[in-house]
Design a binder for this molecule. Structure first.
Ligand code: F6R
Length: 606
């Protein structure tokens, strides 16, 4: 989730690139860089930190004269920590490249190029792409890019220049966005529309698989099959603030809709479905056969991901799995030893209680593993190993896309540990990975029903209390649904394991109380249906979340459906309508959705 910009035209490229990068800074900001071609020389300046650090660095080395060609990048680290070496642009011979996305097979290509004598300066997948293009370069940059891309698996948006071709800017995209801006005698490339809005409102949206060659004479595009194509010019009417949210009203809404992409990116980084393998960095797991016990520690939404993870891990891995809220873990002086794997889950990687819990566990000799979204964050640095989620920057205070990526990492961890401990055959891992790959499409189907959920929000936004019920894998989803609602709409909401109803909460049921019952087709379905009847017979109003076409739809007052999916994977789908319900209710109430009262995105005090 980085931001990229490219420019070819009559203006000074540097000013355009910096202005564009500032507009993308909200997407990622751990390092930045530009490459400019002047007098057939490439000038590359990079710095760690925000764009203003890059501007400072440029003050000393800005090349003279009017430069008309350049590319720029602002980075949100995925492969390799934030550092100057890992910052873009990456240079190989006369070529400089900026990249957004994740290349799945970069290690394989890197090995081959190393055998050919190439050396690498960074840990990034992007540098591998730059060297691969250089490897194919014989003076025609567009041709070299097209040749190199044939080898790549994964997602990318690229902008590439060569000091030998000062009139040529090349772009390409697959599963990562890239737009082309058309000015008067000038052209822009960018990962996101906000970067080019200060300069032009005329854009071409490139299709998946498109490659584009830009010269002062114009633009030529070839599609995935290599056929020359034209893409329609569109006029963007958004304001810059709207464009940052890609036209959505709030970042939270945008992030909810980004979840299929976030899940796919995270999967892509760690799996080979053909081989039935899950790749995690070696340091992450150490010796998987050693663990006699797993403990997971987190706060808030990340704790809910841990609760889901336990349901997967315990039976598949065959060891006891405990889950703790970080502040409670710290308080109770837990018994841990060298046979324990302690996993700390945090979007920000800075949550004070989770960090303190990690230090406590390390002090007791446990092996520690971080599951984090922010590369280089405190928790990711202090743990023995780290697995990154690839949700991209999460800006809305209420966590959404980080949650689904945390869940998928924990599911992959369960498969990997089960396989390493000889409890699951490769064929079964392979089958399950195949099913996981179908999830983003199913998530899109659920999200496409937003209109229905918005309608529901209109009916319920004035209600004072909500109850959320679930069992087994969907008990944590009930907690998550209730948390989303209370934190952004300030409506009181409780999540409960449905089996606990009779032990107290059933006393709350009265006429009109909305009860969200999460009851997809799974092993606890019949019991959930019984709970629904209990609520109905006491005049509660049931909003059912269940499987498409299920008779439950006829028994409840409102029904939000998910497509059929393996019973183990329902949380990836059931959480989506609950996020949308909370979002639309909060918006309807006029709440500040992205910055709810009293809350901070990263809780750095314990
Ligand atoms: C809820 C939410 C919080 C965080 C919690 C932990 O929507 O965002 O509950 O999940 O503060 O934060 P991280 O994951 O950054 O440690």
């Amino acid at each position: 989730m980085c931001g990229i910009v490219g420019y070819l035209g009559e203006e000074k490229a540097l000013g355009v690139l910096l202005e564009g990068l500032k507009r993308l800074e909200y997407r990622g900001y751990d390092s930045a860089g530009v490459a400019l071609v002047s007098g057939e020389r490439l000038h590359v300046v990079k710095s760690v930190g925000k764009i203003r650090e890059l501007e400072r660095a440029l003050r000393d080395v800005e090349p003279e004269g009017t430069i008309h060609l350049g590319i720029g990048h602002t980075r949100w680290a995925t492969h390799g920590r934030p550092s100057e070496a890992n910052a873009h642009p990456h240079v190989a011979g006369p070529i400089a490249l900026v990249h957004n996305g994740i290349i799945e097979n970069y290690l394989e290509i890197k090995r081959e190029l190393e055998e050919e004598g190439y050396t690498f300066l960074s840990d990034t997948d992007s540098e591998v792409v730059a060297r691969l293009i250089f490897h194919h370069y014989g003076g025609d940059l567009f041709e070299a890019v097209r040749e190199a891309l044939k080898r790549l698996k994964g997602a990318y948006a690229l902008a590439v220049i060569s000091e030998e071709e000062p009139n040529c800017l090349v772009g390409a995209r697959k599963d990562s966005p890239l737009v082309l801006g058309l000015g008067e005698g000038e052209f822009f490339l960018a990962s996101d529309i906000p970067a080019i809005l200060p300069f032009t409102r005329r854009v071409l949206l490139l299709n998946n698989g498109d490659k584009v060659l830009i010269t002062p004479q114009g633009v030529s595009i070839v599609d995935e099959a290599g056929v020359a194509v034209e893409r329609p010019v569109q006029r963007i009417m958004w304001s810059i603030a709207q464009a940052e949210k890609a036209g959505y009203k709030h970042f939270m809404q945008k992030e909810i809709f980004e979840q299929p992409r976030a899940l796919a990116d995270t999967l892509r980084s760690y799996i080979s479905p053909e081989k039935g393998e899950v790749y995690f960095p070696q340091a992450a797991l150490d010796d998987a056969s050693r663990w006699r016990r797993v403990t997971m520690v987190a706060c808030g939404t990340s704790w809910h991901a841990a609760l889901v993870g336990r349901v997967w891990l315990e039976p598949l891995v065959g060891v006891p799995v405990e889950v703790d809220i970080a502040s409670e873990f710290r308080a109770r002086d837990p018994a841990l030893d060298g046979d324990s794997l302690a996993i700390f889950i945090s979007q920000s990687g800075e949550t004070a209680d989770t960090l303190a819990a990690l230090r406590l566990a390390r002090g007791k000799g446990a092996r520690t593993l971080a599951v984090c979204n922010v590369v280089g964050s405190s928790i990711s640095r202090e743990a023995h190993g780290v697995i990154y989620t690839h949700a991209g920057p999460e800006i809305g205070v209420a966590s959404t896309k980080a949650f689904v990526t945390q869940m998928v990492v924990l599911y992959l961890l369960a498969l990997r540990l089960a396989s390493d401990r000889g409890r699951m055959e490769k064929e079964e891992v392979s089958r399950r990975l195949g099913v996981l790959l179908s999830l983003p499409g199913k998530m899109e189907e659920v999200l496409a029903r937003e209109g229905e959920i918005e309608g529901l929000a209109r009916e319920y936004f004035q209600v004072k209390d909500f109850l959320y019920l679930g069992r087994w894998l969907n008990y944590p989803i009930a907690l998550e649904g209730a948390l989303k609602l209370k934190e952004i709409s300030y409506i009181h909401a409780e999540g409960y394991p449905a089996g606990e109803m009779k032990h107290g909460p059933i006393a709350l049921i009265e006429e009109g109380l909305p009860v969200v019952a999460i009851a997809p087709r799974d092993r606890v379905y019949d019991k959930m249906v019984a709970n629904v009847e209990e609520v109905k017979s006491r005049d509660g109003e049931v909003i059912g979340v269940g499987t498409q076409g299920d008779p439950l739809g006829q028994r409840v007052d409102r029904f939000l459906s998910i497509p059929p999916v393996d019973e183990e994977l329902t949380p990836f789908l059931t959480v989506l309508p609950l996020q949308l319900l909370a979002y639309f209710i909060a918006d309807r109430k006029g709440c500040d959705v992205d910055q709810p009262r009293n809350l901070a995105k990263s809780v750095t005090v314990g």
